[in-house]
Structures are given as C-alpha cells and as structure tokens.
Design a protein. Structure first.
Length: 271
C-alpha cells in the first residue's frame, strides 16, 4: 500500500489537507516517502475523563489532536514516531470498550475504538507499519515504555500513603515514573529523567528512592538500556491530559453525542 500511494497526487493532497486542518499550530507533515494510510476518531483516556481525538496513521508516524470542527479544524497536535511504539490490547471496562494501549518511551496512553472490528483494523495497520519501519531502520522495539497516567477518577485517596483523601483543596498529582495518583506530601521530589523531559519531573517518594538507588549504581546500571532516540519535531509529551486547550465546549461536542454507534464508521484506511 505504501509503495502504491507514495509520490501520488492523492497522497500529497491528503497530507496537505491534514496540515491545513491543524493550521499554524501544527507541524509540517509532508516528507518524501511519507504516506497517509488512514485516519479516524478514537476515544482517548485522559486525566480527567475520556475524550474524542482525531488520529492520523502515516507509514512512519502517528499524529493525533483535539477536535474543534471535524474535517476542518484540529489543534494540540502530537506526533509520535512509530519506531518508538508498542501496543497492548486491554480488556473492556464499564466505561470504555475495545481498548488498547499505545506505549512509547516518552508517553503511554489508552484509546478505544467504536467497534471490535475497528480496533482490529487499527492494531493490524499499526503493527504492520511498525514492523516495516523497524525492519528498514534496524532499530529494536521500545523496551522501557513510559507508565500511563492513572485517571483522576480511579481513586479518591492517595495511592501511596492510602490515607490522604482528595478534595477541592487537596489536589491530585501524578508521578511521572509510575503514573500513580498521589498527594503533595507523597510527591515532593523532582527527578531528571532525560527520556521523558529535559526538566526534572514530579515523582512519588517511592520512585524517587528507586531512581536515586539506580543513579548510585553508576553507568553500569544503564548498560542494558536502549540509546536515546532522536527527537521528533512536535513530539513533546505534556503533563497532559487535562487538555486545557479544549474544555469540551458544548458547540464542539454536544453532551448527547454517541461515540459508540455501530452505524457510523469512524475510521478509514486508504488503499
């Protein structure tokens, strides 16, 4: 499919349309040999609640963003290199079905599709792209993915001390190492984790002690780690995913919108 679509006018038009939808807030996406293979709306588990996101699958990157006007305007663009992606199928929950996790060294998160068939299509196309890309570059799959953030509503108490109860005044925080929801007292430390950010990040007390112990072991502790992957423009995992840039305005997505409607095909893969 990639060979068939590469350097075709329709592929160039599709990529230009995606760039136009993101506008000045997005990064240029057109590169020699890059092909847009498919697109669709998936529900992403964010920190506060699940939210619809537009996803674009290219042969070398996965792009997603917030929906302002579908097919016309998107923002909060994220670009993920596929060579850094591994996938994990997850069981259904009461709130979300057809789930899987997209794991990378910088950020991991859960998405769900409108149907089981759609999930299979996404995973199949993603795995094929990843396989082809790793074969071409000679790289190894990501061996140390970032921990996904546990949603705020998953717990009313700190997951470390287990006695601090969250409230309007007692804020929830997330450890960037384990993804647990913790209180301020249990996450007073910051630690520099270059794989995740050039700045020291908040970590819980347990992870802080573990990171210090690993640091004291010296260079030999890092002997088995894969080398840092080159930076990809636009791939900046934020302290997400309250997604302050879009507060789910009523005019964007009415409260009665059904995201799991079998009559509607949310995704399409180009051929």
């Amino acid at each position: 499919m990639v060979d068939h679509l590469a350097n075709t006018e329709i592929n160039s038009q599709r990529i230009a349309a995606v760039e136009n939808c993101f506008g000045a807030s997005g990064q240029p996406l057109a590169l020699p040999g890059r092909v847009l293979l498919g697109e669709g709306i998936l529900t992403k588990e964010c920190r506060k609640k699940p939210k619809p996101r537009i996803f674009f699958l290219f042969n070398d990157i996965l792009v997603y963003g917030s929906i302002i006007i579908n097919k016309r305007k998107y923002n909060s663009q994220h670009i993920i290199p596929l060579e850094d992606v591994t996938l994990e199928t997850l069981p259904d929950t009461l709130q979300m079905k057809n789930r899987w996790m997209i794991k990378t060294s910088k950020k991991s998160f859960v998405v769900s599709a409108a149907s089981l068939t759609e999930r299979k299509e996404w995973i199949s196309h993603l795995e094929e792209c990843i396989k082809q890309l790793l074969s071409t570059t000679g790289r190894q799959p990501c061996r140390e993915p970032a921990a996904p953030w546990i949603p705020d509503k998953a717990t009313d108490i700190c997951m470390r001390c287990t006695h601090t109860k969250f409230s309007t005044l007692t804020r929830r925080h997330h450890c960037r190492k384990c993804g647990f929801v913790v209180c301020a007292d249990c996450s007073r430390h910051r630690f520099l984790m270059p794989r995740l950010s050039p700045k020291p990040l908040r970590v819980c007390n347990l992870c802080y002690r573990q990171l210090l112990a690993e640091e004291k072991k010296g260079p030999e502790a890092d002997g088995g780690q894969e080398p840092m992957r080159p930076a990809v423009q636009g791939y900046e995992p934020s302290s997400d995913d309250s997604d302050k840039s879009d507060e789910d305005k009523a005019e964007q997505w009415p409260a009665d919108t059904e995201f799991y409607t079998s009559e509607v095909s949310w995704s399409s893969f180009h051929s």
